[in-house]
Design a protein around this ligand. Structure first.
Ligand code: PEP
Length: 252
């Protein structure tokens, strides 16, 4: 059975102190209400060590939101996969549309990041998804397939088993516009079929595919009930413990 996952992506929000408070808040709720899914907090780099120390690792895993495409050395301001791993974080989010769009992360750059993350023992939450323009031109399947082929289909099946896919239509991120559960299920099933064509049915069946894009407590249950939707990657609604728990609770 593949893992059900609810992962938060704090993005560039919260000071260190506020982030520790938020992690504590989520941990407090989950210590009284054991989650029925894997819960991950994706935090800025500077929060990682403290958040790892703050949470019960049996209840909550910790993820970075990025890592460098270089191993180490003279890359001022960058943070390597080895550094992320050394904080105790277990995951890294890569390929987020904000990184692709605002920071020019290409398929090739992301391929390097994924390779280094896996080589350093991190699991990867790899984001894919189309823009509004691409959706309107009915190109969404071609876009997600190209993103997979461009950055993760070079991996061996064993390496690919450490990848969680997050389908995040760009038009639904932070806009309040959610894909309908049928729209999301249709493309999740397509993504699983593309993985099956590349790695075989078993690997595809074992791959968790998360939905992201204005997911909240009021729509999580309907989305997560779909057979090919294995949880969510949550931006805005991960910034308050009660909102985030409202989504985790969809699995209870
Ligand atoms: C995200 O950016 O990963 C995301 C899903 O954001 P939001 O939930 O705010 O749409």
């Amino acid at each position: 059975m593949r893992q059900k996952i609810v992962a938060g992506n704090w993005k560039m929000n919260k000071t260190l102190q506020e982030g520790v408070e938020l992690a504590k808040g989520v941990n407090d709720i989950l210590s009284k209400n054991a989650p029925k899914c894997t819960v991950i907090l994706g935090t800025p780099f500077i929060h990682l060590t403290e958040v790892v120390k703050t949470v019960d690792s049996k209840l909550i895993k910790v993820s970075a939101e990025n890592c460098a495409d270089k191993e180490s050395g003279a890359y001022t301001g960058e943070v390597s996969a080895a550094m992320v791993k050394s904080t105790g974080a277990e995951y890294v989010i890569l390929g987020h549309s904000e990184r692709r769009g605002y920071y020019g992360e290409t398929y090739e750059i992301l391929k390097e990041k994924v390779k280094l993350a896996l080589a350093n023992g991190l699991k990867v939450i790899f984001c894919i998804g189309e823009s509004l323009e691409e959706r309107e031109a009915n190109k969404q399947n071609a876009v997600v397939k190209a993103e997979l082929e461009g950055s993760v289909f070079n991996l061996t099946a064993d390496e690919f088993s450490k990848i969680v896919i997050a389908y995040e239509p760009i038009w639904a991120i932070g806009t309040g516009k959610t894909a309908t559960s049928d729209q999301a299920e249709e493309i999740h099933a397509y993504i699983r079929s593309v993985i099956a064509d590349k790695y075989g049915k078993q690997v595809a069946e074992n791959t968790s595919i998360l939905y992201g894009g204005s997911c909240k407590a009021s729509n999580a249950k309907e989305l997560f009930a779909k057979p090919d939707i294995d949880g969510g990657l949550i931006g805005g609604a991960s910034l308050k413990p009660a909102d985030f728990y409202g989504i985790i609770e969809a699995y209870n």
